[in-house]
Design a protein around this ligand. Structure first.
Ligand SMILES: [Zn+2]
Length: 236
């Protein structure tokens, strides 16, 4: 099992670690701050090294209870202890966009009774799909942008904690976001709560307060069917 440092503290950007297994350009560590991707958030990049030994982490993925880091070059198999460093600018951008997506999700539920069906973020843009019951006009999209920016500027704390499965399944906010789809073997569920707005089962990394997101601007919107709508946005 890799200890996943980002689950408790998404602001860890440098860490000390030890090699558990090294195969070619792939390395498993005993602990890591590299997010392996998932929930619409891309895997982290960065570097691993010690002394003159250094390699870039170009990809990461979860395999069972382990996180596999993919390096741009092999490192000597005698190396045991390493220092890891994230490409922080990129990761912090993912955090801002991920929290923005949850705020957007909370707003369209609260104000429009619309449910999210999918979302994806990159370092400089994001998109969200949802099932929207009403007319899909430029006015509505403008209103979504205004309400989302208002919610972001309210400096809402973002809390991360765990709930027992039974407790999570009984929470109406979590039922809305389909917490029942979390595999049954998962007994404790990680919750990301944006105070007063949105509560979801989530494994990603977020900022601690919506003020860190800044403002959002919707750059595109389209209708992908009678109910299926998409919004694309950037952060300022
Ligand atoms: Zn999420």
């Amino acid at each position: 099992m890799t200890e996943e440092l980002f689950l408790n503290d998404s602001y860890v950007r440098e860490f000390e670690t030890s090699v558990v297994r090294l195969e070619g350009r792939e390395v498993v560590l005993d602990r890591t701050a590299f997010y392996p991707g998932g929930g619409g958030q891309p895997p982290d990049k960065g570097s691993l090294g010690i002394g003159p030994v250094k390699a870039n982490v170009v990809d990461a993925r979860r395999e069972g209870g382990e996180i596999v880091h993919v390096l741009d070059r092999a490192i000597p198999d005698t190396v045991r202890d390493l220092k890891g460093a994230l490409d922080w600018e990129r990761r912090f951008s993912h955090m801002r966009y991920h929290t923005a997506l949850h705020v957007l999700s909370g707003v369209i539920w609260r104000n429009f009774d619309a449910k999210v069906t999918g979302g994806q973020m990159r370092a400089g843009r994001a998109r969200m799909d949802f099932s929207f019951p009403g007319e899909w006009t430029a006015d509505v999209v403008g209103e979504i942008e205004r309400l989302t920016n208002e919610a972001l500027s309210e400096e809402r704390p973002v809390r991360v904690y765990e709930l027992e499965r039974e407790e999570a399944l009984a929470n109406p906010d979590l039922i809305r976001t389909q917490v029942n789809l979390v595999p049954e073997r998962v007994k404790t569920i990680r919750i990301v709560e944006i105070e007063g707005l949105d509560t979801q089962a989530d494994g990603g990394t977020h900022v601690a307060n919506t003020r860190e997101v800044g403002g959002m601007e919707i750059t595109g919107h389209k209708s992908k069917g009678r109910q299926n709508k998409r919004i694309e946005f950037v952060l300022r």
